[in-house]
Every structure is written in C-alpha cells, then in structure tokens.
Design a protein around this ligand. Structure first.
Ligand code: GDP
Ligand code: MG
Length: 363
C-alpha cells in the first residue's frame, strides 16, 4: 500500500514525511525545484499487536506497514503555469491514496507560492489540476471506445462508455470522482485508469504550533469535505511533529503533554490512512513470531491465507479463529478453546479486523 504526499511547494510535505517516517529529507524555505521523490516504510501502530507480543513473547514481532512517498511537487519552471507536470501526475497515479498537505501555518520566513495563506484555496488548486488530468483521460478513452463500438458493439464497452459519461459530467462540474460513489461492480471497469480524484484522500492542514490546542476554526473551511466519501481531514503541525519524532519516546511524551497534544498525531495519521484505504489486520501468533497482516475489508479466509503465502491459499482447508477481544478474556489459547471461543471457519468466512488465525492447509 502506497500513499503519495502531494501539495504546493513549501506546504510542509517533506517536513511531514520526515515526521512520519523518521527520515531526514531536506526541508527548506527555498524552492529548490528538486524533483526526486522519497519513499519510506512506516509501521502501523497497533496496541493489540503490542499486547499479543507481551503475552506470547515471540522471537519476532512484525507490524503491518504502509509506504509513504514524498512526491516532490512542482519544479520552478512549471510553477508559473501553476500546474503539475505530466511526469509528476504519472507518478501520482501509481499510489493507492493521496495525502494532500495544505499550509495553514504562519511563518514570515517561509514564502507562500500564492503570497497569502489560504489552505482551502490551495486544496482547490491541487484538485483542479487533478480534475483536468482525469478529464483528459476520460475524454481520450471515450473517443477510442466510440470508434471501437462503431465497428463492433460489445456489451462491456457500452457499459464502460456509460460510466465514463457519468465521470465526464462530474469532472466538468469540477467535482472529484470520489463523489460519484461508483459501485464496486462498476469500479473495476475504470480501475485501470488510476483516476487521481477517485483515490482516497487524506487532507492534512499544516497548522502553526500555537494553534495545536485549538484548531477547530482552522478546519471550518473544510467542513463540507469532512463528510465526503473517501476523504478524511486532520490538523497537524508538521514542524512540531518532526521535532517530536527526533526525540526519545519519554521526552516526546512530555513534550506532547506540554503542547496539549493528546496522542501522537503521526499514529493517528497512520491509523487513519489504514482505515481510509479500507484495510484491516488479522494476526498470527506463536513463539516464533507475532505478526499483523494487512488485507482489504471483506476478504474471505482463503485469500487472507494467501496474504501469508500463495500455498496457504491453494491448499486452504480451514481456519482456526479466535477474535482478539475474545482472546483477551483468557490471554491463553488453551483456555479459549475450552470455553468454545475458538471457531473453525471454512472458505466462505469473511475475515474480521482483529481475528487471530491459525490456517490449516495441505499442499
Ligand atoms: N512554522 C512552521 N514551519 C513549517 C511547518 N511545516 C513546514 N515548515 C517550514 O516550511 C518550509 C518548507 O517545508 P518543506 O517540508 O520543505 O515543504 P515542501 O516543499 O512541501 O516539502 C521549511 O522551512 C519548514 O521548516 C510548520 O508546521 N510550521
Ligand atoms: Mg519537499
């Protein structure tokens, strides 16, 4: 799972990336026009995994992970046009979700490419580019389909064309495709186009340190966004979070307390990304390893087994399952079995977030 960080220059993308990933990528008040992207893996914090780790005391603990990419934004030549380059947009298309950083922090030492601080305008600016880019893909595809349908009218082409017409209308109306609520049985027809405005979107409003304790008014302009499909909004001070990420855990906790930050904003952000992507975790436990595995919501048991190994999926027989919450009643597998909390499930079973699973398979 890859999440791409996008935003206008100097909005705090690299600062947030550093905070998230513990990296040390250049940040600065100058637009260097550097275009290389940075990528780093982040462990998904999960209290349940920590708890299981203390119970089983395995040799190894393996958390779920997410990839974050700091997609270096615009280069100076293109900033004049105000648009993203095609090569940049091509890169953005390959990610599973977008994290848009918009600037709300005030700092006279850091210039704003549009002079004034207006996070809502900045988000609209970014989105407008994404909408235009998606629209051009839709129009190209519609033209091709039209030709194709003239020579041979295939049912699937007719259906795709109808869906693209809906997409076109939405985009021409300056609405992202997220708002179309495309049903899963239709979504597969356009999945290959990797529409930017259909990707789940996390909006990070990068706020001043002094606004941390009281940021409701800063999120007010985004109120409408808050209820939109596949969209989440968070207020974060990237600068402070980067500084915290460089401290030892104990120091960091004290620092957070002093600033009135209730929990690690990075933990919340990572968890939010995970949920927004429609991902859930199941666990495998034992004396060798306690591990969280990532699957999409509504994955059946054999495919969940496939996340571990393709052999597990092919040779799937049954899954022995106890939910984490049930397990915690005894913190002991034998006692859970005696109390009937461990179930045997078959091929049809849909794995739930927090299931502890032992797969039975034959190869
Ligand atoms: N005061 C303040 N400065 C910030 C914050 N986030 C980033 N900056 C500063 O803004 C400048 C640009 O940040 P950077 O992360 O490089 O932006 P990018 O161009 O989007 O990658 C740097 O000088 C940062 O120190 C913040 O939350 N508060
Ligand atoms: Mg940067």
């Amino acid at each position: 799972m890859k999440i791409g960080i996008v935003g206008l220059p100097l909005s705090g993308k690299s600062t947030l990336f550093n905070a998230l990933t513990g990296s040390n990528v250049d940040t600065g008040a100058f637009m260097t026009g550097k275009t290389d992207a940075h990528q780093s893996i982040v462990q998904v914090p999960d209290d349940r995994l920590e708890k299981l780790n203390t119970i089983f005391v395995p040799k190894k603990k393996t958390p779920a992970i997410i990839d974050y990419i700091d997609l270096a934004g615009l280069n100076p030549a293109e900033q004049k046009k105000g648009g993203f380059s095609d090569s940049f947009l091509g890169q953005v298309r390959t990610v599973d979700a977008l994290l848009a950083v918009v600037r709300a922090f005030k700092d006279d030492n850091v210039p704003h490419p549009q002079e004034t601080i207006d996070p809502k305008r900045d988000l609209d600016t970014i989105e407008a580019d994404f909408i235009i880019s998606d629209l051009s893909i839709v129009e190209n595809r519609m033209q091709k389909l039209q030709k194709q349908m003239k020579s041979k009218k295939l049912d699937q082409d007719v259906r795709e064309y109808a869906l693209l017409e809906k997409c076109k209308a939405s985009l021409e109306n300056e609405q992202p495709l997220r708002l179309l609520h495309i049903a899963p049985e239709e979504e597969f027809m356009v999945r290959g186009y990797q529409f930017l405005t259909l990707k789940p979107l996390i909006i990070v409003v990068n706020i001043s340190e002094s606004d941390i304790a009281n940021n409701t008014s800063l999120l007010e302009p985004f109120r409408e966004r808050q209820n939109q499909a596949l969209t989440t909004i968070l207020a974060i001070s990237a600068q402070i979070e980067m500084e915290i990420s460089q401290l030892a855990e104990e120091e960091a906790a004290t620092f957070r307390q002093d600033l009135g930050i209730k929990q690690s904003a990075m933990d919340v952000l990572i968890r939010t990304s995970y949920d927004l992507l429609g991902l859930v975790s199941f666990f495998t436990v034992g004396s060798d390893e306690v591990r969280a595995w990532t699957i999409r919501k509504n994955t059946a048991a054999p495919q969940a087994a496939g996340a571990i190994h393709t052999d597990f999926e092919r040779g799937f027989i049954r899954a022995e399952i106890v939910h984490y919450n049930d397990f915690m009643k005894y913190e002991n597998m034998v006692k859970c079995k005696a109390d009937g909390l461990v179930r045997l499930e078959g091929k049809e079973y849909i794995v739930k977030d927090g299931d502890i699973i032992n797969f039975r398979f034959a190869i």
